[in-house]
Design a protein around this ligand. Structure first.
Ligand code: ADP
Length: 482
């Protein structure tokens, strides 16, 4: 089938989180299964710089706020001739430096509603085919609020491809006031509680939900959780209502990029053989030296991610002083986000310079080194639609310590006497979000770490786990065919 993916980010061109990884790796897996998946992104400045050459295929004049934008569609030339990337080029909206969603001060770009509504209008223009080619999509699969208007605009064309909409994180809902709705010249009948209207404004995420033919989210557990008030971010009613077209399909990972055997970022590559522990240790020692931490035989714990409450970074911050006082554990943290958490982490790193390394930045290379060099991976998320880092850490033999929620619950099996015995244990899970629960789980992990045979078994179970896209890509394929 011909599937058009529409998204606001995709590795390696532009990535701020898991969405970018999935929009890169799922099409590759689907193409391997025989589908023809092509991707369309906004032509951000960094994306334009990341591709070799561009061909203009056509343009449309599309309404923005108070102006009409000329939106060009460009075809990017990629090294792999089987991969197709199209860019929607509207310089006034996308040709700017830095992050796709926020300005250099960390605030949302003030014209985000206009930017992503124009992008979504352009994507909907592709319903009848990519200009200058004979390629026509059977399905348009859009992702998260930035493309939530795509199914809505598609509903206005006939005949039209089917639409699938994936929720990667319900907490980001693309919510804007009525004035924005009116200025975007959206059809007035869409201002209805059955359609886009949502809590004193309208939501582009809700638009994706109500107008799409099918909604997916990124893990089976999250699919259940989001229909409850605790996790539903006020959408629980909408999702209960739309429950018959909602399903949870677990994300996979790109097992080529995240492969300790070939990962070019590692000091020493390793694979699941009799030498893996020795080789992995070389990565740990190098990471300790490079980040200025003390050499230790105690575990090195890692964290990578956005520094926001969702990820439980506040729990880690509260836990660290006690952990440093009572154990020899060292910790390395890579991330950026909330300025308060960044500052608290900097202060802690000053206080414990040989025990805590804090890198407030975005670094693919360091992320790979942390997955390989650490002994355990911290991911105490309050909610986690799927989560990729725990899967990367499993693959790198770095057991994750996680809260029992969303995709974490679907991928990490708690270490207990029973799961040690039946050889399914691959990490450590707690089920109540608190500093105490996190701390006692780290201590529990430490005890197992000090039993080398058990530790080796857990790591090896983790490394052998199937984490690629094969199973889940088949589920998407079945869905598209249905
Ligand atoms: P989310 O999408 O909620 O941010 P995920 O765990 O699903 O969380 O995916 C996060 C992705 O972004 C992973 O690939 C992770 O390695 C990467 N990532 C997050 N923060 C950083 C950072 N500071 N440096 C490098 N990679 C990062």
């Amino acid at each position: 089938m011909n599937i058009l993916f529409a998204a606001s980010e995709a590795f390696p061109h532009v990535k701020t989180g898991g969405l970018g990884d999935v929009v890169h790796s799922l099409p590759l897996a689907l193409n391997k299964q025989g589908d023809d998946v092509r991707l369309v992104l906004p032509a951000y400045r960094d994306v334009l710089a990341s591709v070799d050459s561009l061909k203009e295929l056509g343009y449309w004049d599309l309404p923005g706020i108070g102006v009409t934008h000329r939106a060009f569609i460009l075809q990017a030339h990629l090294q792999n001739p089987e991969e197709y990337l199209y860019l929607i080029d509207v310089p006034a909206l996308f040709d700017r430096a830095g992050n796709p969603y926020v300005n250099p001060q960390g605030f949302n770009w003030p014209d985000n509603a206009e930017r992503f509504s124009v992008f979504s209008r352009a994507v909907a223009q592709l319903a009848k085919g990519i200009p200058g080619t004979d390629w026509v999509p059977d399905v348009i699969h859009s992702h998260d609020w930035q493309t939530g208007l795509v199914p809505a605009f598609l509903s206005m064309s006939y005949p039209r491809p089917k639409s699938v909409f994936t929720i990667h994180n319900l907490a980001y809902d693309g919510h804007f006031p009525y004035e924005v709705f009116a200025s975007l010249t959206l059809p007035p009948e869409w201002w209805s509680s059955d359609l886009l209207e949502f809590h004193d404004g309208f939501s582009m995420l809700k638009s994706g939900m109500v107008f799409s033919d099918h909604i997916t989210t990124v893990s089976p557990t999250y699919a259940k959780e989001i229909s409850t008030p605790e996790f539903g971010y006020r959408f629980e009613g909408v999702l209960q209502h739309l429950g018959n077209k909602l399903s949870g399909i677990l994300n996979g990972i790109d097992t080529e990029i995240w492969n300790p055997e070939t990962d070019r970022h590692l000091t020493k590559n390793y694979k699941l053989d009799k030498n893996w522990q020795k080789n992995k240790l070389i990565n740990k020692q190098d990471l300790l030296v490079k980040t200025g931490l003390q050499k230790t035989s105690a575990p090195l714990l890692g964290f990578i991610g956005r520094l926001v409450e969702q990820k439980g970074i506040d729990l880690i911050i509260s836990m660290l002083p006690g952990l440093f006082e009572k154990t020899d554990i060292a910790v390395i943290i890579l991330g950026s986000g909330n300025a308060l958490f960044e500052e608290e982490l900097r202060l802690l790193a000053e206080k414990y310079p040989t025990r805590l390394a804090v890198h407030i930045c975005y670094s693919e290379e360091l992320a790979h080194k942390i997955e390989a060099g650490c002994d355990m991976f911290l991911m105490p998320s309050r909610f986690e639609p799927c989560g990729l880092n725990q899967m990367y850490s499993l693959r790198y033999g770095t057991p994750p310590i996680v809260n029992f929620t969303g995709g974490l619950a679907d991928t990490v099996i708690n270490t207990t006497a029973k799961t040690i015995k039946n050889k399914t244990a691959n990490g450590f899970v707690f089920d109540k979000v608190s500093v105490e629960a996190l701390l006692s789980t780290v201590k529990r992990a430490l005890k197992v770490y000090n039993k080398p045979e058990q530790w080796q078994q857990i790591c090896e179970t983790a490394m052998a786990q199937e984490l690629g896209w094969e199973t889940s890509a088949k589920k998407y394929q079945e869905l598209y065919q249905k």
